[in-house]
Design a binder for this molecule. Structure first.
Ligand SMILES: Nc1nc2c(ncn2[C@@H]2O[C@H](COP(=O)(O)OP(=O)(O)O)[C@@H](O)[C@H]2O)c(=O)[nH]1
Ligand SMILES: [Mg+2]
Ligand SMILES: [Zn+2]
Length: 314
């Protein structure tokens, strides 16, 4: 088979064996991989190409406008979760991100702090800044507002941006648009929190949104594949439907505290330099928790994540 010509493109969608690639001129081309080709040596992932990847494609002669992916550019970064094909295999969710927006809700469905903190750890490990978008403000009564304000204080003091929005009514979208402009942003969060509603607001698209299923309070999944969308004023959004959690991969126990950013100033003051801040004497992190300089719930998240890390892997 002969190839017509080769061009650079960016992967906008992956549905398993076919990829939607967008060229610099904005043309969408269906592309696939042929055979096995070299990819980043240090990644043992179950998917060699992910949304956000920059690739080189060759148009296929005789085929109907389809192309073959011949090269993948080195990734600036990528975010992974453990693969459905095995706990110790990685699945790349998206590549080449500038930042992530985690959409949270205090109500319908309730996002747990554990979920938020696991996401923040993964993002910090990949040096990806995070915006926490608390959506569905219209549903918050005094109790939920109190919860939000507490989280806002905690996360802003660590250095995260925190927004309060009612995407359903377009409220808070201007600030969000400003933060998204010109960047590639991964948008994540539980199903039903309003990701598609937010994407529709900021892109002008009309993606399907889904009612939160009544009895469980958990959302239903509408789509399962990651997909990238262009923003009207420049920049892109990557939707990751169906991704409930990102795995804490590649983080040794002794390094987890580095990704709880507010713990960093205390780390060098622990008595033991391999302190994991659990039961060790002279632990500066635990002292900071005791005097309220580190939020107790954040420490609980830390300890909870710590015990899930399997030491023998490192
Ligand atoms: N009350 C309220 N409902 C919202 C808001 N934003 C989205 N929703 C609703 O929440 C449900 C789930 O939204 P969707 O965008 O599909 O969430 P996704 O699963 O995260 O993509 C839909 O019924 C939306 O209409 C909001 O700001 N307030
Ligand atoms: Mg959705
Ligand atoms: Zn310590």
């Amino acid at each position: 088979m002969a190839y017509l010509y080769a061009v650079q493109a960016v992967i906008y969608k992956s549905t398993g064996s076919w990829y939607t690639a967008k060229t610099a001129t904005g043309e969408l081309i269906q592309a696939r991989m042929k055979g096995i080709f070299k990819k980043d040596e240090d990644i043992t992932s179950t998917n060699p190409i992910a949304v956000g990847d920059e690739v080189r494609i060759s148009l296929e002669d005789g085929e109907q406008g389809t192309a073959v992916i011949t090269e993948i550019a080195e990734r600036k970064n990528y975010i992974v979760r453990s693969s459905p094909q095995g706990k110790h295999k990685k699945h790349i969710v998206a590549a080449n991100l500038d930042q992530a927006a985690l959409v949270c809700t205090v109500k319908e469905p309730r996002t747990s702090q554990g979920f938020i903190d696991r996401f923040l750890v993964t993002a910090a490990a990949y040096h990806i800044p995070v915006i926490l978008v608390f959506n569905k403000q219209d549903l918050y009564k005094a109790k939920e507002m109190e919860k939000f304000e507490h989280w806002q204080a905690v996360y802003e003091s660590i250095g995260y941006k925190v927004l309060l929005t009612t995407a359903g009514k377009g409220e808070g979208m201007d600030i969000l648009r400003d933060l998204l402009k010109g960047h590639t942003t991964l948008i994540s969060g539980h199903s039903g929190v309003g990701k598609s509603t937010i994407i529709n607001q900021v892109t002008g698209l009309q993606l399907k949104t889904k009612n939160v299923s009544g009895w469980s309070g958990k959302g239903l999944h509408t789509t399962t594949f990651a997909e990238m969308f262009d923003l009207p004023d420049g920049g892109r959004l990557i939707d990751t439907p169906g991704v409930r959690e990102f795995g804490i991969v590649d983080i040794p126990k002794t390094e987890l505290s580095h990704y709880f950013l507010e713990m960093q100033p205390y780390l060098q003051h622990c008595q033991f330099n391999n302190c994991i801040h659990l039961d060790e004497p002279g632990c500066a992190v635990k002292e900071a928790v005791e005097v309220g300089k580190i939020d107790m719930d954040r420490y609980v998240s830390y300890a909870t994540i710590l015990v899930t890390i399997e030491e023998q892997l490192y």
